[in-house]
Design a protein around this ligand. Sequence first.
Ligand code: NAD
Ligand code: GLY
Length: 364
Amino acid sequence: MSLLMHTLHVDLGERSYPVYIGRDLFSDSSLLAPHVTGSQVVIISNDTVAPLYVERVRAALGERSLITEVVLPDGEQFKTLETLATIFDRVLSSNHNRTTTFIAVGGGVVGDIAGFAAACYQRGVNFVQVPTTLLAQVDSSVGGKTAVNHPLGKNMIGAFYQPCAVLIDVNTLQSLPARELAAGLAEVVKYGLICDKPFYLWLQEAMPKLLAREEASLAEAIERSLINKAQVVAADEREGGLRAILNLGHTFGHAIETAQGYGKWLHGEAVATGMLLALRLSAQRGELAAADVENFKKLLQCMNLPVQAPEDMTPQIFLELMGRDKKVVDGRLRLVLLRAIGEACIVDDVSAAELHHFLGSLGT
Ligand code: NAD
Ligand code: GLY
């Protein structure tokens, strides 16, 4: 039976939208259907998720004059301009007009690419997110960042484009591989680290239940993550400043993902290791207690997340790839560090020499 557990609102003026969190939400058409404004729909998914969930999403839409399913190959390596072009080929050849709603059904890869497609198609069409990984439920489906990768850098080509609704069915997490669940939990822990110490402490207690996929704990973790994310996004939608704190660990993590080849390390795994590096650097600079770093490392280990960068990642490789980060301004790298658990800061005074020395001291 359908159970709506929480409804949040992302407060962005005329671009505000609801986020529904619950169980069996696809069986309740009163949640999805009102946000699908026209009679034409494009459902974008991938060949893993589509057989599991697309039929249920279709059923929740009710009668529509034209529904096109675009099923992408599964994988971060397909988050490309080429895949985007195949979406436009399908949608145009099916004669979709600008009243069409695009619905993303899948993880962050599907959501990011479908959102970018929605932003571009006929200069922008209605867009709904139905995230099916924990990472997408707590992070990528909310906030309007959409993008594809380029061989020279992750998420380098994209747009800010908000969905008009986000439908989070926690049931979908039951079919998620354990490695993907852990990768999503990395982004959950991120919110505790950057701005919510009580949440961080709760997560330490709740981690066994979360790893066991206990429904109420998952729903609470998702809600508390998104309350934090929605506040940050409402304060700084286009990342003029504050929103960068959501990227704790990402500058290191994106370098790992890019160097290893997209898809080898999961995004959440790279972010987990990247966050540990950011905490270590914070401690080395005298900002954070060494005990906090150790405690976080133990939490990652209990989540089966990597705590060491790949051996072939030399300081030189890190520096080169981090230098291409979107947060670089006028040649200065900006990094998100911690002053304390629950208190992130953005610094721009970490020189290349300091970073090289730091990375070298880790033996990576
Ligand atoms: P993903 O989309 O690749 O999904 C992970 C895997 O799980 C895939 O194989 C997928 O097919 C499968 N899957 C999805 N849902 C499933 C389900 N319910 N049951 C079984 N299998 C399922 O990876 P992800 O971790 O969801 O997202 C990572 C992407 O998100 C990266 O490209 C990253 O850059 C992006 N991202 C974007 C933002 C943003 O703000 N837009 C934030 C964080 C991450
Ligand atoms: N995932 C980072 C952001 O949404 O800004």
